[in-house]
Design a protein around this ligand. Structure first.
Ligand SMILES: NC(=O)c1ccc[n+]([C@@H]2O[C@H](COP(=O)([O-])OP(=O)(O)OC[C@H]3O[C@@H](n4cnc5c(N)ncnc54)[C@H](OP(=O)(O)O)[C@@H]3O)[C@@H](O)[C@H]2O)c1
Length: 250
């Protein structure tokens, strides 16, 4: 990896993806920042920045994006959607949506870039999952399952790609109330509410809103992704954010 390397990041319209794009640009990298709806006003103008449309649940969108991007050195699978709700209230179609984006989107993007990485015997894939896979929390059964599947996927894939010089790593952020994650999840959460769990749900929501405990910032995640991409000695799982680091050490 060098300052002339190129990273492709999914889900750059807000939060961790946007900050990670900014971080790599500041480090002198070429950045392909992908968004479902590309917006020119989010990142600084740079001849090292390209904005491409990408929906990770759409095979045609993935094919077009990877073709247009051309050779890349690193892929960051960051795009993801949340769902904090009791399982009884979650329509199976919504559970599928979570897996389509968080799990299959990551798998599909990885498949799309692997031929070029394998042929060049170089490249890094970084998958952003979550510290909730380290310590379970209520109302997150489907979301946690979608991210735990990515952990397992990544750790197995790393073994089969190692002989080809391709690295695969995980970044596990903690709770980050400052991103758009909660707002983006809200419509799915509202339709997944269940009367029998109303009191319990309110208690969990209050705990989630608590600002007294350590949280994760987008910059923590950008730094962890940077380490995963640029440090060949980086561990398989890198926690991002004070809360996630504390959890991993517990
Ligand atoms: N915030 C947290 O507490 C937290 C904690 C641990 C892990 N994470 C994980 O970190 C990642 C980033 O989350 P964030 O906090 O930065 O949330 P965010 O601000 O909501 O960003 C998520 C990004 O994913 C994009 N996205 C959603 N569906 C997509 C699709 N089908 N195709 C392409 N892009 C899609 C969103 O784009 P649109 O604008 O088009 O919707 C957005 O850019 C996610 O994988 C999330 O699960 C978040």
């Amino acid at each position: 990896m060098s300052a002339t390397s190129t990273v492709l990041i999914t889900g750059c319209s807000s939060g961790f993806g946007l900050e990670t794009a900014r971080f790599f640009l500041n480090k002198g990298w070429y950045v392909v920042a992908t968004m479902r709806t590309p917006r020119e006003d989010l990142l600084p103008t740079s001849d090292r920045l390209r904005l491409l449309a990408l929906d990770v649940t759409d095979p045609d969108s993935i094919r077009r994006c990877v073709e247009e991007a051309g050779p890349i050195d690193a892929l960051v699978n960051n795009a993801g959607v949340g769902l904090l709700a009791p399982l009884e209230g979650i329509a199976l179609a919504h559970a599928r949506d979570i897996f389509e984006t968080n799990t299959l989107g990551t798998i599909a993007m990885t498949q799309a870039v692997l031929p070029q990485f394998r042929q060049r015997r170089a490249g890094v894939v970084v998958n952003v999952t979550s510290s909730v896979t380290l310590k379970s929390l209520p109302l997150l059964s489907v979301y946690t399952a979608s991210k735990a599947a990515v952990n397992a996927f990544t750790e197995s894939l790393a073994l089969e790609l190692e002989p080809f010089g391709v690295r695969v790593r995980l970044v596990l952020p903690g709770r980050a109330p400052s991103t758009s994650f909660g707002v983006n999840a809200r419509p799915r959460m509202d339709v997944s509410a269940h009367e029998a769990y109303a009191d319990f749900t309110q208690q969990v929501f209050a705990a989630v809103r608590d600002t007294a405990t350590p949280v994760t910032y987008s910059e923590d995640v950008a730094q962890a992704v940077w380490r995963a991409v640029t440090d060949p000695a980086a561990p398989m799982r890198i926690s991002a954010g004070a809360d996630a680091v504390a959890l991993a050490q517990a």
